[in-house]
Design a binder for this molecule. Structure first.
Ligand SMILES: Cc1cc2nc3c(=O)[nH]c(=O)nc-3n(C[C@H](O)[C@H](O)[C@H](O)COP(=O)(O)OP(=O)(O)OC[C@H]3O[C@@H](n4cnc5c(N)ncnc54)[C@H](O)[C@@H]3O)c2cc1C
Length: 584
């Protein structure tokens, strides 16, 4: 690709960049897709969805970011340190000489982005989450009713009737419902899932029917619908992961589309034509500079600081599209001179556009869990199930998406998760529509290989509301295992509390210190024309320049729904539509 010109250059091949790169090529446009990592689509840790936790730990795909939740994370149970021997230590009592790194926040540097190691959970956000973007930008294209067609275009649903108008069946992303037949079996865990159903107002006889409900149905009361659902994922019925990585690969393999994928290419900055062509003209993005070589980003576990790769350039006759994800897209913009003026000056980066919102507004869903041990081993292993709840702190819609089963998941650290053995049972939850974070991401240096400084600033404002919502989620999870059938119960809680008479205050204190997150968004946010923090306009265009868009999770003005991967893919489909519409 060196010194070659393409119509479009896309940087990053995750849920943001992968779909738009393949779609533009399928529409006949020449596209260069630059990806820092390589192609691991045939790695079974990645391709077999059941291996997702192994995939997130696999050094062939993972990028290690170390972040702060607050200004003082001491007491966080899974704080990570670098030991003098080079290995990681996770916990509260580091060995002598260990250096505190922060809280591990896994990402990927690989074809397909984090959709190659994620849990692949599929849930569309509330209609209100799309409508909010339409409201702040006055762009009706974002209304939920106008976003549904973008979802349907890319979806290949395996489990709803083909006459169902909520869904698509000819797209590129496989979506399917995991096994629910266990709901009708004699497995121990059925009693617990049945309890979850009755606690949310349903008949104990309805369990299997509830689990076969369509989680993404286009029905007016969807965002108020509570109770038990089965687990939908972006995978085939046989458990093979489906993702933008495979879509890119298939698009190239078909051999008839002008898509060039170049791995091992860490983009360091956007190149601009700064000549003014008329009074109001803006700098135009004309290409990118990238460092070519293996494992050049310092988040890569195989990183070698002595290697810088070769510096190359490629050019775009139409547009450059940045899709490095919520941590990397703002970094690329700042390295290109687009960001908060004071931050750029610190590292002597010439200011092209003083855009104070770049790297600010970092948002995420809070996550927590209640884990306990049964009185004896579970007899059979069952699939997980989801439960939607609406707490007293809801802003109108259901605000907790919980999943329960015989697993353990308490956040992320190198080597996660714990395994408490055949007695373990856990309910983990995502708290939607959080309102108490005020996170940021800043450059540490002008070296593109450095990871940025990231602080989520949990619980900075209105903390009580978010904590109350999560307390209610924990109490719900506790009720599921309360009064379990003789023999399986009584359950003994592992966390938040080991004591039987745990107070609300103790539980809330635990939550405040131990909640975690992994759905980062909003660091290059879309916003209205009068919002100085809006990095992008409603069509993903970077304000202050031309020929440059950001198309990934960083574009959301706030974190959408409970799980962002499908919203990000839908956003990429919408961006494709916007780009192609402008050519007409
Ligand atoms: C462990 C984990 C589990 C998750 N589970 C779920 C789930 O079950 N359901 C769900 O909905 N969401 C889940 N998510 C979140 C979801 O996967 C992300 O929100 C989504 O992948 C974001 O897509 P993106 O395109 O914005 O960024 P990413 O997926 O991060 O993709 C960015 C891509 O850009 C590349 N890149 C970055 N910088 C550069 C550069 N300078 N030059 C070239 N290439 C670059 C990266 O290598 C990567 O391929 C999970 C996330 C994690 C980390």
């Amino acid at each position: 690709a060196e010194n070659k010109t393409y119509e479009y250059i896309v940087v990053g091949s995750g849920p943001g960049g992968g779909p738009i790169a393949a779609n533009l090529a399928r529409a006949g446009h020449s596209v260069l897709l630059l990806e820092a990592g390589d192609d691991q689509t045939q790695n079974v840790n990645v391709s077999v969805l059941a291996n997702f936790n192994i995939a997130a730990n696999d050094e062939k795909t993972r990028w290690d970011f170390f972040v702060n939740h607050t200004d003082n994370d001491l007491g966080y149970n899974h704080m990570v340190y670098r030991k003098p021997d080079g290995g990681f230590y996770t916990g509260l009592t580091p060995p002598a000489g260990a250096k505190q790194l922060g809280i591990w926040y896994p990402r990927t540097g690989t074809l397909g982005g984090c959709a190659m190691h994620n849990g692949a959970v599929v849930t569309l956000p509330a209609d209100a989450d799309w409508d909010y973007i339409a409201g702040i930008t006055k762009d009706d294209g974002w209304l939920s009713k106008n976003m549904r067609p973008h979802f349907k275009r890319m979806e290949r649903n395996a489990d709803v009737a083909v006459t169902d108008t909520s869904h698509g069946f000819n797209g590129w992303l496989d979506i399917s419902l995991g096994d629910t037949t266990w709901a009708n079996s004699s497995a121990d865990a059925v009693a617990l899932a049945t309890k979850a159903a009755t606690l949310t107002g349903f008949s104990p006889l309805a369990l299997e029917k509830l689990m076969n409900r369509d989680i993404d149905a286009d029905v007016p009361d969807r965002d108020q619908t509570l109770g038990v659902f089965g687990s939908w994922s972006h995978a085939t019925k046989s458990g093979q992961r489906s993702s933008p990585g495979y879509y890119v690969r298939e698009t190239i393999a078909e051999g008839k589309y002008p898509l060039t994928l170049q791995p091992y290419s860490l983009v360091s900055k956007v190149l601009f034509d700064k000549k003014r062509h008329g009074k109001d003209s803006k700098p135009k993005a004309i290409g990118v500079e990238y460092h070519r070589g293996e494992y050049l980003y310092s988040a890569d576990p195989r990183y070698d600081p002595s290697k810088k790769g070769t510096v190359e350039r490629a050019y775009a006759s139409k547009e450059v599209i940045i899709a490095g994800g919520a941590f990397n897209s703002p970094q690329i913009l700042m390295l290109s001179g687009i960001g908060p003026k004071e931050e750029l000056k610190k590292f002597k980066i010439p200011v092209l556009v003083d855009s104070p919102g770049v790297g600010q507004n970092l948002d995420d869903n809070y996550e927590g869990s209640v884990a306990s041990l049964a009185a004896r081993d579970f007899k059979d292993f069952t699939n997980i199930y989801f439960v939607f709840l609406k707490t007293s702190q809801s802003m109108g819609n259901r605000d907790i998406q919980m999943w329960c089963g015989q697993f353990s998941f308490e956040g992320f650290w190198p080597g996660f998760p714990d395994d408490f053995g055949p007695k373990q049972y856990e309910c983990t939850f995502v708290h939607m529509n959080p309102r108490s974070q005020k996170g940021y991401l800043k450059l540490r240096s002008a070296d593109p290989r450095d990871t940025p400084e990231i602080n989520f600033k949990f619980f900075e404002k209105n903390a009580d509301k978010d904590l109350q919502a999560m307390l209610e989620a924990i109490k719900f999870g506790r009720k599921i295992v309360e009064d379990a059938p003789e023999g399986l119960g009584p359950f003994k809680e592992i966390h938040p509390c080991t004591s039987a008479d745990c107070s609300d205050e103790e539980t809330t204190a635990f939550l405040k210190k131990q909640v975690y997150s992994h759905h980062a968004t909003s660091t290059c946010a879309i916003g209205g024309d009068d919002d100085k923090m809006a990095v992008l306009d409603s069509k993903f265009r970077v304000r202050g320049v031309t020929g440059l868009r950001v198309v990934d999770a960083s574009a959301f003005p706030r974190v959408p729904g409970a799980f962002p991967v499908i919203p990000t893919i839908v956003l990429s489909e919408k961006a494709t539509y916007d780009v192609l519409s402008e050519l007409k």
